[in-house]
Write a protein that binds this ligand. Structure first.
Ligand code: AKG
Ligand code: FE2
Length: 321
């Protein structure tokens, strides 16, 4: 892996690749500042990038994949025990995908609560431990990227408050290909922006993720099919916090291969009660305030209404001034 990389692979619309594998990558070093500049540029251009992060070992990656197969192979009634008081946090089954969620996935007891839901009374120590470890490791990537973003906007003083304002949801997703020859209708997950702060996506061998570029073109994301490859993406809450200086990209999942696709996502999400408000440093004549301040649950509740769900941009419809 090339630590200096911001590589458009193969052609000009490939997502930038940024390497976070260097163990010595620490705030204050020249390497950190270089990666930070790459992160800022990639997020300005695409709202996302591919990260190389080899802290997640190939063994762990394989085990997580096997555990996901094992979990999704369980009877529907068993999976339905994964309930949550928060929307989109428990078991969901839609036409061409189903997902399971672990809230506070970087906290060992909470991951244990998840396996206790699935296997009441006994849990599953092996799966709890691996899901906890992978979530903890990805949390480090989330923290590095968010630290770099705030530094790159000169708002370092908010870093600790910002990092403490979120928790982590780990979601596992299984997709099946719609039985049709028509690529257009092979849409497994419709176009959306993520509502949270940041998302770290990982897929297991089968492609399908597409991103809409600023000039409204859908591009297929072709991550390098390696255990250390992740797509890091801005969510609406980060866009609002940054007064729109970085945008959350529209993305969707379209599958053409007749295969089952597994993916996982670590979502940093504002904690209940946290008010998302742009710092005054990001508001000036050239950048007038774009969004009202809001509490995340209100925003998510709006998304669950007809108006919120069908809006061209839920964020703009909810809190444009
Ligand atoms: O499966 C993927 O690659 C994308 C998942 C996604 O966009 C989501 O869960 O919000
Ligand atoms: Fe998404």
């Amino acid at each position: 892996m090339d630590s200096n990389s911001l590589l458009p692979r193969s052609d000009s619309i490939q997502l930038p690749v940024i390497d976070f594998s260097d163990q010595t990558l620490k705030p204050g070093t020249s390497e950190w500042d270089k990666v930070k500049a790459d992160v800022h540029k990639a997020l300005e251009d695409f709202g996302c990038f591919e990260a190389f992060f080899d802290k997640v070992s190939t063994e762990l990656d394989k085990s997580v994949f096997k555990a996901m197969e094992e979990l999704f192979d369980l009877p529907t009634e068993t999976k339905q025990r994964n309930v949550s008081s928060k929307p989109y946090h428990g078991y969901l089954s839609l036409k061409f995908h189903e997902s399971l969620g672990i809230d506070d996935a970087n906290v060992a007891e909470r991951v244990n609560d998840f396996t206790q839901q699935i296997w009441p009374g006994q849990g599953n120590k092996r799966i709890s431990e691996m899901m906890h470890v992978v979530s903890e490791q990805l949390t480090e990537l989330d923290v590095m990227v968010r630290r770099m973003i705030l530094e790159s906007f000169g708002i370092e003083k908010y870093i600790e408050e910002h990092l403490n304002s979120t928790n982590y949801l780990f979601r596992m997703i299984k997709y099946t290909t719609p039985p049709t020859e028509d690529v257009e209708t092979k849409l497994c997950l419709p176009s959306h922006t993520d509502k949270n702060i940041m998302s770290i996506l990982h897929q297991y061998q089968v492609d399908g993720l597409e991103i809409k570029t600023k000039d409204e073109k859908w591009i297929k994301v072709k991550p390098s099919h390696q255990h250390y490859s992740f797509i890091v993406m801005i969510g609406d809450s980060m866009c609002a916090f940054l007064n729109g200086r970085l945008s959350s990209p529209y993305h969707r999942v379209v599958m053409t291969a007749n295969q089952t696709r597994y993916s996982s996502a670590l979502f940093s999400t504002p904690k209940s009660g946290v008010i998302i408000d742009s710092p005054e440093e990001l508001i000036d004549e050239e950048h007038p305030r774009m969004f009202k301040s809001f509490e995340f649950n209100e925003f998510r509740d709006f998304y669950n209404t007809e108006a919120g769900f069908t809006a061209q941009s839920t964020l703009h419809a909810f809190c444009a001034l």
